[in-house]
Design a protein around this ligand. Structure first.
Ligand SMILES: [Zn+2]
Length: 241
């Protein structure tokens, strides 16, 4: 399956051909639906059948460990398309864009906090990262100000590819202990926020930090002796948050 969101996370719709179809889910030859992974939830949206009927897609999930195999889940009692049928796929763009903004924000947070990341979660309107911080977490106000400074600076965000060897030779690039970067294809997808952050990531991000908007650090929680959970949200309350 061709994963169109990898090269262009701004695609809101596409044509696709059904390759597998059952009440358990639908597969296509290509998709713009990001499947849940790396702490980012799966996309929601709809498919428009050749008859014109619209069917809601309520989630997208990887099938097993195969990154290329995305199962599109339908609500119970939805009509299922025929194999070979050409449909139009459309994601809930407003929601996805909020997820992209929050995902990119977590990279900014990562750049400001020393210590390995031990976990993380992105949801609609908020996100969090857990850090191993024996010395304690940085000040909340300091963090909020520095995050918003990075947003204001309008830093370009891009994807670059590194070889497995380059990654092996620079272990400090892997900040996250909980999510192993996808390996084996000989190259690793790296998310670069110019001069700010560089790390392996398969998620969807905005192309410039200015798109994120104002951020607020929420609660900083103690989760175990050395583990600190830093919660992040958009400063203005938005739909879904
Ligand atoms: Zn990322």
């Amino acid at each position: 399956m061709e994963l169109l969101f990898r090269d262009d996370p701004y695609l809101k719709s596409c044509r696709a051909r059904v390759t597998d179809s059952s009440s358990a889910g639908v597969r296509f030859d290509r998709t713009i639906f990001y499947p849940e992974g790396g702490g980012q939830p799966g996309d929601t949206g709809l498919m428009r059948l050749s008859s014109g009927a619209e069917v809601n897609i309520i989630d997208a999930q990887k099938h097993g460990d195969d990154d290329q195999d995305v199962l599109h889940l339908l609500a119970a009692d939805s009509p299922v398309p025929d194999i070979g049928e050409e449909v139009e796929l459309q994601i809930d763009w407003e929601r996805r864009h909020r997820l992209m903004r929050m995902h990119t924000s977590l990279h900014l947070l990562c750049s400001l906090v020393e210590g390995d990341v031990t976990g993380g979660q992105i949801s609609d309107g908020k996100g969090r990262l857990d850090f191993n911080l024996p010395e304690g977490a940085p000040d909340k106000t300091w963090l909020t100000e520095n995050l918003n400074d990075l947003v204001r600076r309008a830093v370009p965000v891009s994807v670059i590819w590194a070889s497995d060897e380059e990654l092996d030779n620079t272990p400090e690039l892997v900040r996250t202990m909980s999510v192993k970067p996808p390996r084996g294809s000989g190259r690793v997808r790296m998310l670069q926020i110019e001069g700010v952050d560089l790390q392996p990531c398969g998620g969807t991000h905005v192309s410039n930090t200015s798109e994120i908007g104002r951020l607020e650090v929420g609660k900083i929680e103690n989760k175990g002796r050395q583990n600190r959970r830093i919660n992040l949200r958009f400063a203005s309350q938005e739909a879904g948050s």
